[in-house]
Design a protein. Structure first.
Ligand SMILES: Cc1cc2nc3c(=O)[nH]c(=O)nc-3n(C[C@H](O)[C@H](O)[C@H](O)COP(=O)(O)O)c2cc1C
Length: 361
């Protein structure tokens, strides 16, 4: 089935964003069961774990779902760079009473091996961020019956995905929580807002667009569909869902974030990501340009973030969240999806009535 047909056939065109660290199978199942498209975030799984994870989800639902990989570059950092980065993190580990880890041998899963496992497991949809597949990789997925969705933050990136044969584009606006998916230009040149991005991608690329970034309820869903999106992808709106695996201190930070601004940082992972500011982000601000690039810094802070979550300490974990985090509410994910879709219908009806009145005058 083509991606356009799959999205068209969804009872509710809401995609649950993959969220490493906050979402896994329960959230994906709940959203797919409600009529949306759940996504299994598998970027941190080893190649051997991917097949069983996808088979496990397929065994629990006949509804389609997506899986998501992050295209981490292969890296071999100098030992001295890793030592310097660990030394900078030492006081943070000490502050939590957690041991400073030894320099790791492996910084991220092997992407090619992960991709081979996804192709073998043949989920309905596979989405990617941080890069672009080769035409041969995209063709292998499509041959397996998997629709390919590439994340783009600019028109140039969407065109790069179209050129390798992607079936659709996830348009990630500046508002989005978590990592920026940019891969062609510097982050500063890749910060287009969702509204401008969706509209320009629709004009520039002849592929279905999934709008992501700042969509928190039915009003945002209706707005994105009105701009020409085939579906929306929502992340932050699910962070307080019963089925999300968001840690306790992270949930608390989201629930009390209010309308304070979120911001981008590369201090936690070496790649820009949006979150609620905490002490780590504030005190690392002066040196964040010097930390090793993703995935090295990501790997070096992983035990710190795990220890912080374990200690119920919000100041040393990555509190990823989008710009509209103040609108996140708790509840069952299936109820959220159904409520947002009903609200989108009400908004569309109100607009139809209003524009109809306008034309009578
Ligand atoms: C906690 C969190 C984790 C995320 N992890 C991923 C991921 O693993 N893969 C990915 O492609 N996008 C990831 N994203 C980005 C989402 O796909 C999406 O772009 C974003 O959530 C949309 O903006 P919103 O958070 O305002 O809804 C993540 C977002 C958040 C908030």
């Amino acid at each position: 089935m083509s991606l356009a047909a799959l999205l068209e056939a969804l009872p509710i065109p809401i995609v649950q964003a993959p969220m490493v660290g906050a979402s896994f199978d329960a959230l994906a199942l709940a959203v797919s069961a409600a009529g949306g498209l759940g996504t299994l975030a598998i970027a941190t799984l080893g190649p051997g774990e991917i097949g069983p994870a996808i088979a496990g989800l397929k065994a629990q639902t006949d509804a389609p779902f997506a899986v998501n990989l992050l295209m981490a570059p292969k890296v071999a950092p100098e030992a001295a760079e890793v030592d310097r980065a660990l030394a900078r993190l030492a006081p943070w580990y000490a502050g939590l009473g957690a041991p400073l880890p030894a320099a790791p041998n492996l910084f991220a899963q092997d992407f090619d091996a992960q991709l081979a496992a996804v192709i073998a497991a043949a989920p309905a949809v596979a989405s990617f961020s941080f890069g672009v597949l080769t035409a041969a990789q995209a063709a292998a997925l499509r041959t397996a019956g998997t629709c390919v969705v590439g994340t783009a933050t600019t028109v140039a990136e969407a065109r790069a995905w179209a050129a390798v044969g992607a079936d659709g584009i996830c348009a990630q606006g500046f508002e989005a929580g978590g990592h920026r998916g940019h891969f062609l230009a510097e982050v500063e040149a890749s910060l287009v807002g969702t509204m401008a991005l969706v509209a320009t991608l629709r004009a520039a690329v002849d592929l279905p667009v999934i709008a992501a970034g700042g969509i928190m309820d039915g009003r945002g869903v209706a707005a994105a569909l009105a701009l020409g999106a085939a579906a929306v992808q929502m992340g932050t709106a699910f962070l307080l869902a019963d089925e999300a695996v968001t840690s306790k201190p992270w949930r608390r930070a989201i629930a009390t974030a209010g309308y304070e601004p979120t911001r981008l940082t590369r201090a936690f992972t070496g790649r820009h990501a949006r979150g609620i500011e905490n002490r780590f982000m504030r005190e690392m601000k002066g040196v964040e340009d010097e930390v090793p690039a993703y995935p090295v810094q990501n790997r070096l802070t992983q035990p710190l973030r795990a220890a912080s979550a374990q200690a119920d300490e919000p100041e040393t974990i990555s509190l990823w969240a989008g710009q509209a985090v103040g609108l996140a509410r708790p509840g069952a994910a299936g109820d959220m999806v159904r409520r947002w879709w009903a609200q989108a219908g009400e908004v569309a009806a109100e607009l139809a009535a209003r524009t109809g009145r306008g034309s009578d005058r």
